[in-house]
Design a protein around this ligand. Structure first.
Ligand code: ADP
Ligand code: ZN
Length: 350
């Protein structure tokens, strides 16, 4: 439902998770945060970049400022934050707010869901990736010895504020990273969104609020719908892995940003879908064009054998079969159990 509030379109989407209700507010603003948190006992976690731009707009509570970047999703950092909370007098009745991108949301969610066996928390998601992906779904993970998100919890935040006006300060590369996930949502579930992305490219790239609110909103709806149906990731939620099987392996092997790797992974999965006779060649061309329009890569110099070995290692599965997310058409994905040999053979030609 759309509400007119100071000319801002705010859309509330709720997820009923095992650990409670989570409310995602697209178009709500950082200055309105205090309306959604308790009057006392609040602790804020953010990172240096977000603090540099927005600290003055935070409500007046203690703030832990982490170093930006994936390296902060580490137990040494967790330990520091747990100590900080104790030193600040946090207890079972406290409330944690993460203000930042996916890393901060993971940190804050993990810290909150483990501190004193779990205290409530909420997010202000400030990166496009966090707004459309990381903050929705209740997964909070940290890294261990090179394994990403291997330690974590499934706990929903009480709320997620997606303040799309904060995306104005997001570096271009980070914005494109988020766009890869936005395009993924269109490809797996939403042909209309695919058209919108095609027809409103300039507004989106200029980060005009109305267009951005629209795409964030659609993405959150898609992700929330899937997560709601499958909170613990047994069935439908696998569709969200579209582009991520090959993508993760490329990301690991070539140390490129997640969004770029997912873009290559989506191009891979779409081509494989054509190869297997599911997707039309013309649709593949449309997908290529859209990715390029958003300055996302279709492929790169790769040692395919090594990427494939990484992919198998990642899956840690019986080696002869694996689930792969493919496209039937733009807007419709499905999971297919495939022989790994078939994937490998295709990979060598990709
Ligand atoms: P993710 O891409 O998963 O959101 P991060 O949390 O690492 O990953 O965020 C990406 C980068 O963007 C980080 O360096 C973070 O500090 C920065 N960042 C996040 N939100 C903003 C924002 N609104 N303005 C400027 N920089 C931001
Ligand atoms: Zn992703």
């Amino acid at each position: 439902m759309w509400e007119r509030d100071n000319e801002v379109c705010m859309d509330n989407i709720t997820i009923q998770g095992k650990s409670g209700i989570s409310r995602i507010m697209v178009g709500e603003s950082l200055p309105a945060l205090s309306r959604h948190i308790p009057a006392t006992g609040v602790f804020i976690i953010t990172d240096k970049n977000v603090a540099a731009h927005y600290h003055s707009e935070f409500p007046d509570f203690p703030v832990y400022v982490a170093e930006p970047g994936e390296e902060s999703k580490d137990f040494a950092v967790m330990t520091k934050i747990w100590h900080w909370l104790l030193d600040q007098g946090a207890d079972r009745s406290s409330f944690i707010v993460g203000i930042g991108g996916g890393v901060v949301c993971d940190l804050a969610g993990f810290v909150a869901s483990t501190f004193m066996r779990g205290i409530p928390f909420g997010f202000v998601a400030t990166s496009l990736l966090a707004q459309v992906d990381a903050s929705v779904g209740g997964k909070n993970g940290v890294n261990l010895g090179g394994y990403k998100n291997i330690i974590g919890t499934f706990t929903q935040p009480e709320f997620v504020i997606c303040d799309t006006s904060m995306l104005k300060t997001l570096p271009d590369g980070e914005f494109r990273n988020g766009m890869a996930e936005v395009i993924k949502h269109a490809l797996i579930r939403d042909a209309d969104k695919f058209d919108f992305l095609k027809n409103h490219r300039n507004e989106i790239l200029n980060r005009e609020r109305e267009a951005i609110n629209h795409i964030v909103n659609r993405s959150v709806n898609i992700k929330a719908g899937i997560v709601q149906a499958d909170e613990l990731e047994r069935g439908e939620r696998r569709l969200l892995n579209f582009g991520h099987t090959w993508g993760h392996a490329v990301e690991k092997e070539n140390k490129i940003p997640h969004g770029q790797a997912v873009s290559i992974g989506m191009a891979f999965a779409a081509s494989l879908s054509v190869h297997l006779g599911n997707l039309k060649e013309t649709e593949l061309n449309d997908i290529h064009l859209l990715l390029q329009e958003y300055k996302l890569p279709l492929n790169m110099e790769l040692d395919k054998n090594r990427v494939f070995d990484t992919l198998l290692r990642d899956k840690k599965k019986e080696k002869d079969k694996m689930n792969f997310v493919l496209l039937k058409t733009i807007g419709k994905a499905f999971v297919k159990e495939m022989d790994t040999d078939v994937i490998k053979e295709f990979a060598l030609t990709f």
